[in-house]
Design a protein around this ligand. Structure first.
Ligand code: PEP
Ligand code: MN
Length: 338
């Protein structure tokens, strides 16, 4: 159920309702919009039917949320959410945010060189994995905490915000110490313990769509994070498994407008892991921007042939510069900025 307050409702009226919701053994989730406050009431709907909430002062309307994902749904919040990474970077506005960097953090020199270049081309967030989800246990697994320290150091040197993957519940607080945004990778989209742990923090999180997950399953995973109190979720379409094997995955561009219709959360697109081939990253980025994404996540490496992971899909910095120039035109054509 959603309780929508009148514009003129006071904090006192809202707090009285919250207290009542808790007394009934239900969980109130408060969303304070610029216009009005909405309280999501999580728990069995028959309790609300037996104990009506629309009798409380200041309440405008009480509505059921029909979708199985409640807090994530457009029914819960009509306006698109804007997620603040820091005071300058917001995801979900007119400006499309570009996140770029190598697949893995390898050395300080490697990361710094790439960071300086992607910043110059217009990226505002640096990506780089310190904990790598590799198919083979014998492949490079990432530098762990040493990688996180490098990431933090490069962030301080360049002023770029950072995003990095967290794979294990035990590392959530460690990663939180070093990075501005968590990434939950495709393989962990349904690691519910991890989602709940991240939900206990307030840090923004990019939640990637699982390799074979439906949009509904992605939204249900996001619901796990929001239901723990962390509303700072950014969804990421990164390609799904289909019968096509020319590309690593198939970029589901339709996921962008579909998610926008079903949810208020911002959506970014990762064309690098979708394509698996660097030559496709530029056209797929244009398609993603044209479809209305709020950001892009692009892998860039100064020497892809020698990189320790995902060499074939990482763009050279000069190709990233070209991509930034070209997507700017697409963004402008649909009334967005880069
Ligand atoms: C990554 O971004 O480095 C990554 C491993 O992506 P995904 O989880 O989408 O495969
Ligand atoms: Mn990668």
């Amino acid at each position: 159920m959603i309780v929508v307050f009148k514009k003129e409702a006071t904090d006192k009226q809202i707090n009285i309702l919250i207290k009542r919701v808790k007394e009934l053994g239900l969980k109130p989730m408060v969303s304070k919009g610029s216009e009005r406050t909405i309280v999501g009431v999580i728990g069995p709907e028959d309790i609300v039917r037996l104990h009506p909430l629309d009798v409380f002062e200041g309440v405008d309307n009480v509505m059921p949320v029909l979708a199985p994902y409640k807090l994530v749904s457009r029914e819960f919040k009509k306006q698109g959410s804007v997620i603040s990474v820091n005071k300058n970077i917001k995801i979900g506005t007119k400006k499309i945010i570009v996140i770029a960097g190598p697949c893995s953090i390898e050395t300080k020199k490697q990361l710094k060189e790439i960071a300086v270049k992607v910043k110059k081309s217009g990226a505002s967030i640096l990506r780089g994995g310190a904990f790598k989800p590799r198919t083979s246990p014998y492949a490079f697994q990432g530098l762990g905490e040493e990688g996180l320290k490098i990431l933090k150091g490069v962030s301080e040197d360049t002023g770029l915000a950072t995003v990095t993957e967290v794979m294990d519940t035990r590392d959530v607080h460690l990663v939180a110490k070093y990075a501005d945004v968590f990434q939950v990778g495709a393989r962990n989209m349904q690691n519910f313990s991890l989602l709940k742990e991240i939900g206990q923090t307030k840090k923004p999180v990019i939640l990637k769509r699982g390799l074979s997950a439906t949009i509904k399953e992605l939204l249900m995973s996001a619901e796990y994070i929001l239901s723990e109190g962390n509303f700072n979720v950014i969804l990421c379409e990164r390609g799904i498994r289909t019968f096509e094997d020319f590309t690593r995955n198939t970029l589901d561009v339709s996921a962008v407008p579909v998610i926008k219709m079903l949810s208020h959360l911002p959506v970014v697109v990762d064309p690098s892991h979708a394509a698996g081939k660097w030559g496709l990253v530029n056209p797929l980025s244009k398609a993603a921007v044209a479809c209305g994404c709020d950001g892009l996540l692009v892998e860039v490496h100064s020497n892809p042939c020698r990189s320790l992971s995902d060499g074939s899909q990482q763009l050279l910095p000069e190709n990233f510069t070209r991509l930034m120039k070209e997507i700017k035109k697409v963004a402008e054509a649909i009334g967005r900025d880069i």
